[in-house]
Design a protein around this ligand. Structure first.
Ligand SMILES: Cc1cc2nc3c(=O)[nH]c(=O)nc-3n(C[C@H](O)[C@H](O)[C@H](O)COP(=O)(O)OP(=O)(O)OC[C@H]3O[C@@H](n4cnc5c(N)ncnc54)[C@H](O)[C@@H]3O)c2cc1C
Length: 385
């Protein structure tokens, strides 16, 4: 009755998206502002009939979950409690597909079957296959692992642990009650709901993409990566995790297991400024040109106690602006303060970004300082926002 279909070309895709959102309990901030828009961010309509489509999505989202209603049906439980069993498939004597249900077996397989391509959500590896025409001798899938440290999130005494196998949607859900503020702010801008339902925290970090959205977030939160191998778990700060362009500290016989974040807030009467911005050519379903994630802790007088300014899209790896961070210590967090001016000047020459189809080097350079300015004007002492 809302006329949510015109030529019909895109309708099957929209129907599948709405089918999932019909059973979804998620109501994010973005959804409450624009419910239909958030749900449909991953679909395109050539007729641009979005207004009607958004109305349908807003009407139907979550409707299938009304307890005891006529809508509650067998799909709801199947969608939200998928049962993935362990699988091992062989061709001759070679293992071509392996989906273990424990972390220990996955790590053992990693060592014994080095030719298997590891996949978690496969949103990145899938593109390697369909667009890059890559072929692998076999796959080692991590999506049936049930060890809580790998597959869930937990919070204890100010420390948050996020399993590498946790999907972006599950992380959004976990953070709905607060904590790890930069992640909560970035997630609505990460791809689309369809991708967030599959993409994992570990897969994102392991791509080591200079424009991966969550890497600046983890850098600014000074997260620690827990890496599992045959001799147990070792720890590497995310600050030391990226060893080169698309390279990480995780060895060929290891797996990323989890991230640990010290999420204690601020000194008494102080304040924690947490600010994220992703600049892309489209506001949804696009990769960043530049992203900034800033975590600045202020004391009760507004003086900077600690600062972490992390960027994506400005170097071969996601990176922190260490010189500018140092300059901020002791500065009063407002435009015009000497330390703040020094930090801004240092940001002007901190990185040597490249030009590509997403933006020129000089545009990126302006974004590096522009994001800092925007953060300061929105959060600085005396700002009214
Ligand atoms: C349409 C589309 C939109 C996208 N939009 C965004 C976006 O907005 N922002 C963004 O940052 N990314 C985006 N991506 C990229 C991708 O979705 C993310 O990087 C995602 O988080 C990858 O996670 P995954 O679980 O799917 O990884 P996979 O594809 O399964 O794996 C990625 C890599 O990580 C390795 N790996 C996975 N898990 C582990 C582990 N636990 N230990 C060791 N190695 C592991 C794999 O071997 C592989 O090398 C997009 C992709 C698509 C297709």
């Amino acid at each position: 009755t809302t006329g949510g279909s015109q030529c019909g070309f895109c309708t099957p895709g929209f129907v599948m998206t709405m089918f999932a959102s019909y059973y979804s309990p998620l109501v994010t901030d973005a959804q409450s502002v624009d419910p239909g828009g958030e749900v449909l961010a991953g679909n395109l309509c050539r007729c641009t009939g979005y207004r009607a489509l958004r109305s349908v999505a807003a009407l139907t989202s979550g409707a299938g979950l009304v307890e005891g209603s006529e809508h509650a049906d067998r799909f709801a439980s199947r969608l939200h409690d998928p049962v993935l069993g362990a699988v091992t498939a062989e061709l001759g004597s070679a293992v071509v597909a392996c989906r273990p249900s424990t972390l220990a077996e996955a790590i053992a397989r990693r060592a014994s079957e080095p030719g298997l391509r590891v996949i978690a959500g496969a949103t990145d590896v899938g593109v390697e296959v369909t667009r890059g025409f890559k072929r692998y001798p076999g796959i080692l899938s991590l999506d049936a692992i049930t060890d809580p440290i790998f597959s869930s999130c937990s919070r204890a005494e100010g420390t948050v642990t996020i399993g590498a196998g946790v999907t972006m949607t599950a992380l959004e859900d976990f953070l709905r009650d607060g904590g790890v503020p930069l992640a909560g702010q970035m997630l609505p801008w990460f791809a689309s709901r369809q991708i967030r339902n599959r993409a994992t925290v570990g897969g994102n970090l392991m791509t080591a993409s200079p424009i991966g959205d969550m890497s600046p977030v983890w850098l600014a939160h000074d997260a620690v990566a827990l890496i599992g191998g045959s001799s147990g778990i070792r720890e590497v700060r995310v600050a030391d995790f990226f060893t080169g362009y698309r390279q990480t500290a995780v060895g060929a016989d290891e797996l990323l297991v989890a991230l640990r974040i010290d999420d204690r807030v601020a000194p008494p009467r102080g304040r924690r400024v947490a600010w994220v911005r992703k600049v892309a050519r489209r506001d949804r379903v696009d990769i960043s040109t530049v992203a900034g994630a800033f975590l600045v802790v202020l004391d009760d007088r507004g003086t900077v106690v600690s600062a972490r300014l992390a960027y994506g899209g400005v170097a071969a790896t996601p990176v922190r602006a260490l010189g500018a961070e140092d300059a901020l210590i002791g500065a009063v967090w407002r435009d015009g303060d000497g330390g703040v001016k020094d930090a801004r000047a240092l940001l002007g020459s901190a990185f040597a970004p490249l030009s590509d189809h997403r933006g020129s080097a000089s545009y990126r350079q302006r974004l590096i300082t522009g994001l800092f300015d925007a953060c300061l004007s929105e959060t600085g002492i005396g700002s009214d926002r």
